[in-house]
Design a protein around this ligand. Sequence first.
Ligand code: B3K
Ligand code: ZN
Length: 850
Amino acid sequence: MKDASPQPVYLKDYTPPAYLVDTVHLTFRLAPEKTRVLSRIAFRPNPAATTRDFFLHGEDLRLVSARIDGQAITPEITPEGLRADAPDAPFLFEAEVEIDPAANTALEGLYLSNGMFCTQCEAEGFRKITYYPDRPDVMAVFTVRIEGDQPVMLSNGNPVAQGEGWAEWHDPWPKPGYLFALVAGDLVAQSDRFTTRSGRAVDLNIWVRPGDEDKCAFGMEALKKSMRWDEEVYGREYDLDLFNIVAVDDFNMGAMENKGLNIFNSSCVLSTPETATDANFERIEAIIAHEYFHNWTGNRITCRDWFQLCLKEGLTVYRDSQFTADMRSAPVKRISDVIALRARQFREDAGPLAHPVRPESFIEINNFYTATVYEKGAELIGMLKRLVGDDAYARALDLYFTRHDGQACTIEDWLKVFEDATGRDLAQFKRWYQEAGTPRLRVSDDFKNGTYTLHFEQETPPTPGQDTKQPRVIPIAVGLLGPNGDEVQPTVVLEMTEARQSFAFDGLASRPIPSILRDFSAPVILERATDNAERAFLFAHDTDPFNRWEAGRALARETLLAMIRDGAAPDPAYLDAAHAMVRDEALDPAFRALALALPSEDELAQALFATGTPPDPQAIWEAREALDITRAEAMRDTLADLYTAHQVTAPYRPDPEQTGARALSNAALGLITRRDGGARALAQYDGADNMTQQLAALACLMRAGKGAEVTQAFYRQWRHDRLVLDKWFGLQIMQAAPAEAAETAARLTEHPDFTLRNPNRFRAVMGALAGFPAGFHHASGRGYRLMAEMLIRLDPLNPQTTARMCSAFETWPRFDAERQALILGEIERILATPGLSRDTTEMLSRIRDA
Ligand code: B3K
Ligand code: ZN
C-alpha cells in the first residue's frame, strides 16, 4: 500500500542515478496468484552521480532472496523499495520476488485480463514487477525468459528461442523499465509484413483473443501507413525484425508504446464496419500511428525524468496530427483538434488543475498525463515550427535524432537543437513550457491613409502557484480580406514578443476585414470587439478554412449566449449564414458537418464564466435545444435534400469521403428528427449495415423519446460485444433528459453487464454523465452524489481510473453558490474515505484548494 500523504517530487531536485544498468535478465515463472520473477541486473557506478546510495524501487513485492556478486544479502525493505550496501565498482545484483497478478485490479505492473497476463509499466509500474531503478534515465538491454503454460508468450524485441512451456526474448535497444512489456495468453495473430526503405523485412502481428481475428485488418493497414509515413516525412525507420500489437480488454488508457510490443486497449485497435463507427476508425488509425511514432520520439530518445513527459508526448501527438492531416483532410483535422483542445485543455488551464506543459512538481505522476502535457504540448511544437519555418524544423529534428539517439533528454536539450539548427534564441519561447494558463490576446485596429494597423495586447491570468506571468512569443497568422471578399493580404505570421504590440499594413485601398490567428496559430483566446455581420462575412469568405469555421462557430456561440443571457431569439444572421454554408456544394461535406455542429455546452459555460456570469447548465441545454428546433424549421427543405444527397450507397469504407458524407447526412438527420419525430431515423436504423448509421439513428430515436424498443433490440443484438455494449451504456445517458441523466446512470450501474473491473465500462457510464453538463450539474445534486459514490467504490480497486474521473469536479469554481457547496461537500466526503489512494487524494485536494 502506498503512503496516502506522501511528499511531492520537484523538478529542481533531480539528481543523476547512483548506478547505471548495462544488462537485465529476467525470468518469469507465470502463475495467476504466485508469479516468480528472477532478475539478474548488471550495475556499474554512474561517474556523474553525486551519491553511492544503492536504492531500488519495489512495491507490493515479496522478496524471496537477493544476492550481490553471488553473496546472499539482507537488504533493508521499505514500502517504496530496497536499500543495500553496494560496491563502488561494477557488480551483479540478483533477486527472486513473488507477485500476485490475479489480485492486481489497479492494472499497473503485471495483471490478468480475461485470463491473459499483461503488463503496464509507464510511468512507475515496473517497480511492481521486480526491484529496479524504475526511472526513465536508467536505460538497459533486456533479455527475458517466460515460463508458463500459455500458448503465446511475448516480450520486447526479437524472439531468441522457444520450446514447450517457455520463450526467450532479447531487445537490443537500451530502454528504461517503463517500456518493458510481457503478454502471455491464448492469443491468435493477424499477420503481415513490411519492408523498410533500406530493405529490412519486419514481421507485423496484431494479437487478439480467438474470435476477434476479423477485427484487425484496418489496424494493420494503419500500422503499415504509419511506418511508411515516418520514413517519408521524418526519415525514421523501424529497428527490429518484429512489431507486435496486442489487444487487451482491461486497460487504464488508450494504448502503450512498449518497445516492439505495443499494448492496446481493445477499443483502440479492434474494428469492423458493423461494430465500430467512423469516429472509432479515425481514432484507431491515429492511436496506432501515435504508439508507432513513439518508437523514435519516446523510445529511442526518451525522457530524463517524468517532468519532461511533454518531450515525448507533445511531440508524438504533434506527429500523429500531421499524419492524420496527411491521410485525411488537413483543415478538418485542425478544426477537430482545436475543438478538443478548447474542450479539454482550455478547461483545465482555466481551473484548479492548471499546470505548465512541463510541471515542476507532482505527487502521483499518473495524474499528469493531461490535456496540457499532451495537447498543449503538441501546440507548442506547432508554434515552434511556424516560428522557425518548415525547413528549419526538418533540420532541427534531424539534429535531435542524431544528437540524442539512445539518450534520456530534457526540454532544454529539445530547445537547444532548435537554437543550434536555426541560430535563434528560444529563451522567451521556453516560457510556454514553464507557465500555465491560456493567454488572452486582445485585438483592436484602426485604418488611416491606406494603412491598417492591428494592436495586440497579451495577458495570461494567474494559475495555481503562479500569480504573475511574463509576455510570451506568440506567432499570429494574419490575412486581410477586401470588402468584396478578395484576399488583399495573404497569410503572414506576425511575431508578438511584447505585452503590447502593433503591426501595420500599408497601401490598402479600403479598410480590410482581418482574419486573425489563422489555422489557430497559437493556443490563445482571441478577444476582439466585432459583430455578427463581420463574423457572417468571414464565415462566407475567409480563405483560411480554420478561420472560416471559426467565424461560424463564433456566430453560433454569440447567438446562443444572447439567447441564454437575454432570452433573445436566434439571430437571423446566424441562421442565414449557416444555411448558405451548408448548401455550398463546393465545401467538403466533413467541413460542413463540423460547421453545423453547435458549440458544446461546456464551451458555452467557459464563455459565460470568462465574462463573469456563473453558467446555468440547464439554461445552456435549453438554448441549444431551442436553436436546433429553429434550425430544423429554417433549413427544412435543405436538410431533407442534404440527407438524401449524402447517402452512401457503395460498400462501407471508413475513408475520408464516406466518413464526411455520413457525418453530414447524420447531422441533417439529427435536425430532421426534431420535426418528424423519428420516422426517418427509424428507417435508417432498420436499414443500417454499419455501426455509424445504426448508432446515429439510435441516438436520434432516444433523443426523440422513441428509443425504448430499439434500445432493447440493440442490446439483444450486441450483448456479446463488449465494445458495442459500452456505446449502448453511454448513449442512454447522453440522450437522457437532464433531470433523468443521473438516475439513468445510477440504474445502469446496477445492470448485470456493469462492472468496476473494466475501465472502459466504468468510463462508458460515468464518463458519459460527466460529459453531459446539464445532467451532471443538475441542481438536485444527484449527479454529484452518484459520481462520489462510484469514485469511492472504484478507488480501492483502480486508483488511476478513479483519479482521472475526478476531473469531472474541476469546474466547480464556475458555478453558483449552491452547486459549489454540493460539489465541495462530495469532494470532502470522498477525501474522508479511509485508505483513499494518493492518486485520488492528490487530484481532489488540488481541485478543492483552487
Ligand atoms: N505513454 C502512454 C501513456 C501512459 C500513461 C500512464 N499512466 C500512452 C501514450 O501516450 O502513447
Ligand atoms: Zn504517447
